[in-house]
Design a protein around this ligand. Structure first.
Ligand SMILES: *Cc1c(COP(=O)(O)O)cnc(C)c1O
Length: 455
């Protein structure tokens, strides 16, 4: 065991040290070499050290350098060193953290991490929470609590009796809601398409002035942090309109909720704490290893009612929080320990600095690319930058060239009819020099595509 873990640590360190010098995207040769894994199932046991060697030699080169400093695709953070290290130690503990009694150490740490999260994000201290796999499942948790509550108020027990014959629920979402919200609504039987869609403005924000009159069981899904623009819906405004008439307000803040932790960004999410439930990710902007999402619900009992199972053979709570009473999973890894380690190390000031720095780096990208003749399509209010290099075909060609060059990685999107490169700055490891190096690579790629720059 000792030699194997030491070998894994050496290999992991070598991998991380090598990220800077390699192409961010894996080479075609590295991907082709994955065929080495195409063996029949071994009939007999093998040497663990040899398994690890194969994994590293064939697997490592075929990864994308998401843990590195110049990966700007989707919204993907790196892993803070302490979060990765805590993750390793927690894996060695191998605690099945569904129940408090058998896993007090990890369950306790999750309780502390939850309290700190509510504090740093400015959410109501009494809220319940769930450490889940990602914002998709966090949206599911928040919306399950919403479904429970709006139907309970209508005299219906959805957990016991399901949705057949239940009073209908009106679900209102913005036209720019993340597809994972629609998926969660589908899983919950509320329907992906059976929603009232509210038009958005030029930055993707819900037009609160177009909200319909509300009556009966209603759930309003808002978003802070549009995946393209980073813009946030006016949460406080909407809450004041719809909560007095009994609607539940759920906020998808997968990365944008972290604006609340950064003094200069917090005004964008003013009133976010007035909502009833929130979904966010820790594996995005808090930079903990995959997978790690977070659901918060002001009325902790509503989340528990939607998620808890009870069975005779399970030890009872005894005053302590059973993590599995709040999550879709019963058996689960103690995701909250990585979160605890990140927050214990960064502190409030460190979280604020991380968010502020990435936002400033996004503005640096925008300013320098604009100066180089690129068109910036969004107001850069957070960590997202949309860049066009002429028409759709040219923009796509430039993005392909950037990915092939390997200095950095950014993906493609379509924003309100325009094809664009989407740059997300979400890593603790990214420096201003990395931004400048990446800008140079992007401008080089743009100039290599005839006619794609105006200057
Ligand atoms: C990333 C994202 C999601 C989905 O999060 P996962 O962690 O991938 O499940 C949902 N909503 C928004 C706004 C996102 O950015």
């Amino acid at each position: 065991m000792n030699d194997l873990l030491a070998d894994a640590a050496v290999r992991a360190q070598r991998y991380l040290d090598g990220l800077d010098a390699r192409s961010v995207a894996p080479t075609d040769a590295a991907v082709a070499a994955l065929r080495a894994f195409d063996e029949p199932l071994p009939e007999t046991p093998g040497d663990p050290a040899e398994v690890l060697r194969l994994l590293d030699e064939v697997g490592s080169p075929a990864t994308t350098a998401m843990a590195g400093r110049r990966f700007f695709g989707f919204v993907i953070g790196g892993s803070l060193p302490v979060a990765l290290a805590a993750n390793w130690l927690t894996s060695a503990w191998d605690q099945n953290t569904g129940l408090y009694r058998p896993t007090p150490g990890t369950a306790y740490l999750e309780q502390v991490a939850l309290r700190w999260l509510l504090d740093v994000l400015g959410l109501p201290a009494e809220s319940g929470g769930a450490f889940v796999t990602g914002a998709t499942v966090a949206n599911l948790c928040g919306l399950a609590a919403a479904r429970h509550t709006v139907l309970k108020r209508a005299g219906w027990n959805v957990e016991a009796d399901g949705l057949f014959g239940a009073p209908p629920i009106t679900v209102i979402i913005g036209a720019e809601a993340h597809p994972s919200v629609a998926k969660s609504l589908g899983v919950l039987g509320l329907g992906r398409s059976r929603v009232v869609k509210i038009p958005v403005d030029g930055q993707g924000r819900m037009r609160a002035d177009l909200l319909p009159a509300i009556s009966g069981p209603t759930i309003v899904c808002l978003q802070v942090g549009n995946v393209n623009t980073g813009a946030a819906d006016a949460v406080g405004d909407v809450c004041r309109r719809v909560q007095p008439v009994g609607a539940w307000v759920h906020v998808d803040g997968a990365f944008g909720l972290w604006a609340a932790a950064a003094p200069t960004r917090a005004p964008q999410v003013a009133g976010v704490g007035e909502a009833d439930s929130w979904a966010t990710d820790a594996h995005k902007w808090l930079n903990v290893p995959y997978d790690s999402g977070l659901a918060f619900v002001r009325d902790a009992k509503a989340l528990q009612a939607a998620m808890a199972i009870t069975a005779e053979y399970l030890p009872t709570q005894g005053g302590f929080r059973n993590p599995g009473d709040f999550t879709p999973e019963l058996s689960r890894r103690a995701r909250g320990v990585d979160v605890w380690a990140a927050l214990r190390t960064l502190g409030r000031a460190g979280v604020a600095e991380l968010i502020e720095r990435n936002c400033a780096q996004a503005r640096r990208f925008a300013t320098r690319l604009a100066a180089g003749g690129c068109e910036i399509l969004n107001e850069v209010v957070l960590n997202q930058v949309l860049v066009a290099f002429g028409d759709a075909a040219r923009t796509k060609a430039v993005i392909d060239a950037v990915q092939a060059d390997g200095t950095c990685w950014a993906g493609i999107t379509v924003w309100q009819g325009r094809t664009a490169m989407r740059i997300s700055v979400s890593s603790w490891a990214t420096t201003d020099v990395d931004v400048d190096t990446s800008v140079a690579a992007i401008l080089r790629a743009a100039r290599s595509q005839a006619g794609s720059l105006t200057v």
